[in-house]
Design a protein around this ligand. Sequence first.
Ligand code: NAD
Ligand code: DAU
Length: 332
Amino acid sequence: MRRLLVTGGAGFIGSNFVHHVIEHTDHHVTVLDKLTYAGNLASLDGLPTDRFTFVEGDIADAALVDRLLADADAVVHYAAESHNDNSLNDPRPFLDTNIIGTYTLLEAARRHGTRFHHISTDEVYGDLELDDPARFTEDTPYNPSSPYSSTKAGSDLLVRAWVRSFGVEATISNCSNNYGPYQHVEKFIPRQITNVLRGIRPKLYGAGENVRDWIHADDHSSAVLTILDKGEIGQTYLIGADGEKDNKSVVELILTRMGQPGDAYDHVTDRAGHDMRYAIDSTKLRTELGWQPQYRDFEAGLAATIDWYRKNEPWWAPAKDGVEAFYASKGQ
Ligand code: NAD
Ligand code: DAU
């Protein structure tokens, strides 16, 4: 049995990981989460009280972080400001949490000798052309585009420096776009599903040609647990499930699955600096650590996600009006 500290465990992917760990291991999990607009305690409902503790707090609070790391065998660090559109509107919280928060955790891990796994994104590599046969690998140079992705890139580089200079026992994973239940309605797929449920037309940025490499959140969680168990200290692993789709196709799939005409969406103002395409080559994780994704049928996973949002309006409805008001103010 190990004692895991999971930062950001009330968010979309962090909460999925907490449920995954409780189901598949005998570890004890402590979640440290600030409960920003993106954190939701309801995503952690049903966990056994003898194996799960929740602590509300900020990863940049050095005294709190020091106390929690003293009692942890490993930290899995999900907490972040995670949305590109918010980072274009107000970058400051991204610096505070993604950079200073990660630094604060690394310093505590250094003091206590705590195993550290850092959750990051494929966006640190910038973007690819639509017709480029290349995909991102662990050797692709960093080239982030947005305030969000540049602060994630900065946090990755801090982790690498703390491994090399201070001997912190850390690994890093960079994953592609996740989908599944419990994702905030500001993000692309939940926004469009809940728009249709509310009778609002889906909103596609620009021409909708941008490609994202979709992976189910359950597969992300199984990959992170694999790296925590078998990953080599100091190494980076890319996580992806060969799920490239352009945004227009995803909107059309959502509409037709929900009984609407496939073209019943609006083109809206494009995102500033909008990355064109992400694509992950996860050969290293698959061959060296033996991980495989379980969700190989995107349309089936999307259909189950649509059903979840249909059945769980009390989970998402409180955030919906505010998110749409924000987007409307930006012409999106
Ligand atoms: P999310 O926005 O849904 O959740 C973030 C969580 O972090 C929330 O619960 C929030 O309350 C918490 N948090 C924010 N600031 C905090 C702070 N200062 N102290 C403590 N807690 C704080 O994000 P997500 O989509 O679940 O992403 C989680 C992680 O995974 C992030 O590091 C993100 O960069 C990474 N990631 C996300 C994706 C994706 O597709 N969503 C893909 C690859 C990597
Ligand atoms: O690649 C991993 C990243 O995926 C994570 O690091 C981020 O935390 C996560 O938010 C996600 O970033 P994206 O910017 O790719 O995700 P988002 O859901 O915001 O948008 C997905 C695509 O859909 C992108 O091309 C922008 C577009 N979009 C988004 C919204 C909200 C639309 O066309 N319409 C929309 O309403």
